[in-house]
Design a protein around this ligand. Structure first.
Ligand code: PAN
Ligand code: ZN
Length: 195
């Protein structure tokens, strides 16, 4: 995140639910296939896409509302439709570094799934569409998958102090993966977890 600007006054932004863009926005981050390379199961297709110049998967926009007493942040994520091999476009997925930090996700466009998995292995894949809101408890890793034909846009609310921990997900992923099979989105066991 950029330099911290403290502002104790109310802040309002205006969201475009079709793109995830909001004004004003403090920071924009893009993630390409190369940034998610280890997350996708089809490593040969990942190498091909990257060697042909890479491909955009999603755009994140942040606004950390730092006051002198709080650090609530707004984030929006716009996941483009598409696949890497048979696996749909998705976010990297992470745990929060702090063990007492939940998050709220609110889908405003598109369709897909929110995967959540606790450190103890409690796993959920919640079907998502515009209007679905999910509370992610502390210590549940979270990832969103876009299985639709349009851009999936969701709004996130979290504390900056929560922190992001990607290592475990990068190393082994979630319990299942979500792939296209026979024109449909299906959940199948993650091959990396059955080794
Ligand atoms: C979100 C995510 C955002 C991108 O703001 O950071 O959707 O996903 P990855 O961080 O997994 O690439 C959030 O969950 N913040 O805590
Ligand atoms: Zn999070």
């Amino acid at each position: 995140m950029k330099e911290v600007v403290i502002n104790d006054l109310p802040v309002t932004v205006q969201l475009d639910t079709t793109t995830g863009d909001f004004i004003p926005c403090a920071e924009k981050v893009v993630r390409n296939v190369s940034d998610l390379a280890r997350m996708f199961s089809d490593q040969e297709t990942v190498r091909q896409i990257v060697s042909l110049g890479d491909k955009l998967v999603y755009v994140i926009r942040y606004y950390p509302f730092f006051t002198s007493k709080s650090d609530m942040a707004l984030g929006t994520t716009a996941i483009l439709p598409g696949k890497v091999g048979d696996e749909y476009h998705m976010t990297k997925g992470h745990f929060h570094a702090r063990d007492d930090q939940p998050e709220i996700y609110y889908c405003v466009q598109g369709e897909g799934f929110l995967q959540m998995e606790s450190r103890a292995g409690d796993y959920h894949a919640v079907p998502w569409q515009a209007g679905t809101i999910t509370h992610i408890p502390p210590q549940y890793a979270h990832r969103v998958i876009n299985t639709g034909r349009t851009t999936l846009v969701f709004v996130a609310s979290f504390h900056v102090a929560a922190g992001h921990e990607y290592e475990l997900i990068e190393a082994r992923g979630f319990k299942n993966i979500i792939i296209e099979h026979g024109g449909k989105a299906v959940e199948v066991p993650n091959p990396r977890r059955s080794i």
